[in-house]
Design a protein around this ligand. Structure first.
Ligand SMILES: Nc1nc2c(ncn2[C@@H]2O[C@H](COP(=O)(O)OP(=O)(O)O)[C@@H](O)[C@H]2O)c(=O)[nH]1
Ligand SMILES: [Mg+2]
Length: 305
């Protein structure tokens, strides 16, 4: 008996998604995986780990890796994010560099172009995805941008995309197939990510923190799930939000506990929507002095190199 996966023509491989912060990498991997596995936000540097999202089809399997994005390291945490991004590029069959044409001023020198060049030193197959083409401001400039990218010798393909609407994704998958070797599937068909459920829930809570809190606070926050019980009355979760200073703790809790209540309610609804079931969530706020600035702090929050 043969299954699709044992078919000699079956193809499989890894594709890392690289790009400046906010170009839509996490939005794209969610669309490809068909379910929310990576959190997204209007704020840059939301993603902190490499996240695998698997595309399954009858003839191939593509394992995409969402990365935190390349940017100038300022704190230890930024160092970690950049390290994760570079790690993802290793041993991949192709790299997809997302460009959203929106960054006019590159303060740290890493334009989409510089990133693509950096990746091309490690991987032969560089694909450029021009994302957010659903926005008129971008679609207007699409032809010119594609022309420019195609002139680059290290670029194999250029594809217009909208991670938001899904436009261009079938074409992208087809292009990638050309670069994949024949081989068996790496992941079983029902598996769309490598991350465990508790990790996803921590991330869903962190996403709300990015939406509700301003300035440095989201970047100083980490979430740890401390309780996880699954029974007939629903999912019972408890977690801790870590910040770096006691003044920040006050802001996360808010006047009369208003803010922490809001975060808890929104996170509960978001997890409940994904799991399509009742969720109970209890949150506490704790201070871990300057955790994002030293190796021990990072390790404690689960960000280990
Ligand atoms: N209009 C539009 N917005 C997008 C698209 N892809 C992502 N975004 C938005 O861009 C922001 C950053 O997206 P995210 O996936 O978090 O970017 P990442 O930092 O590269 O992972 C979010 O507000 C997304 O909703 C797209 O195709 N079209
Ligand atoms: Mg992201």
């Amino acid at each position: 008996m043969t299954t699709a996966n044992q078919d000699i023509n079956f193809k499989s491989g890894y594709v890392a998604i690289l790009g400046r912060p906010n170009t839509g990498k996490s939005t794209l991997i969610n669309k490809i995986a068909g379910k929310k596995i990576a959190i997204t936000s209007k704020k840059p540097q939301t993603t902190r780990d490499n996240i695998i999202g698997v595309h399954h089809s009858e003839r191939m399997q593509i394992v995409f890796i969402d990365t935190p994005g390349y940017h100038k390291p300022v704190k230890k945490l930024n160092n970690y994010l950049v390290g994760q991004t570079l790690k993802a590029v290793k041993d991949t069959d192709a790299v997809l560099v997302l460009d959203d044409l929106s960054t006019k001023f590159i303060e740290d020198g890493y334009s989409a172009q510089a990133l693509a060049e950096l990746a091309s030193r490690r991987v032969d197959n560089i694909i450029i995805g021009i994302n957010k083409t659903d926005l008129p401001s971008i679609s207007r400039r699409l032809d010119d941008a594609m022309e420019l990218w195609k002139k680059q010798s290290f670029v194999k393909e250029v594809v217009p995309l909208s991670a938001k609407t899904g436009k261009g994704i079938p074409e992208l998958l087809k292009l990638i197939a050309k670069f994949l070797p024949e081989g068996p599937a790496y992941f079983p068909e029902n598996m769309i990510t490598d991350k465990p459920k508790y990790w996803l829930y921590e991330e869903f809570i962190r996403e709300i923190i990015f939406e509700e809190l301003q300035q440095e606070l989201p970047y100083s926050s980490a979430v740890k799930l401390t309780g996880f019980e699954d029974n007939e009355t629903g999912l019972h979760l408890s977690g801790e939000i870590f910040v770096e200073r006691s003044s920040q703790k006050g802001m996360v809790i808010g006047k009369g506990g208003k803010m922490i209540k809001k975060i808890g309610t929104r996170a509960r609804k978001s997890i409940s929507k994904r799991e399509k079931r009742e969720v109970h969530l209890a949150l506490q706020v704790r201070v871990k002095n300057k955790w994002s600035e030293n190796n021990n702090g990072l390790k404690e929050m689960g960000y280990e190199q």
